[in-house]
Design a protein around this ligand. Structure first.
Ligand code: ZN
Length: 69
């Protein structure tokens, strides 16, 4: 699995994906890989509130719910 950086920023063996993050293409936040893997339905408010917390403020992707609003 290709991992673009970890929160620690150190080069380390990544045996599990729990600590892996991926960089948001819109706000460049380090998003936990498991959160980035699945895009919730656009009307699932609770899930999007959680996502908003892991993206930077004003992230276009979150604001538009993956461009579906
Ligand atoms: Zn983002």
């Amino acid at each position: 699995m290709l991992v673009r950086g970890t929160r620690s920023g150190e080069v380390a063996e990544v045996l599990e994906t729990d600590d892996a993050t991926v960089e948001c293409a819109y706000c460049a936040a380090d998003v936990p890989a498991r959160d980035a893997a699945a895009v919730p339905p656009k009307d699932e408010d609770e899930a999007w509130v959680k996502l908003r917390n892991v993206h930077h403020r004003g992230c276009e992707w979150v604001a538009t719910r993956a461009h579906r609003l």
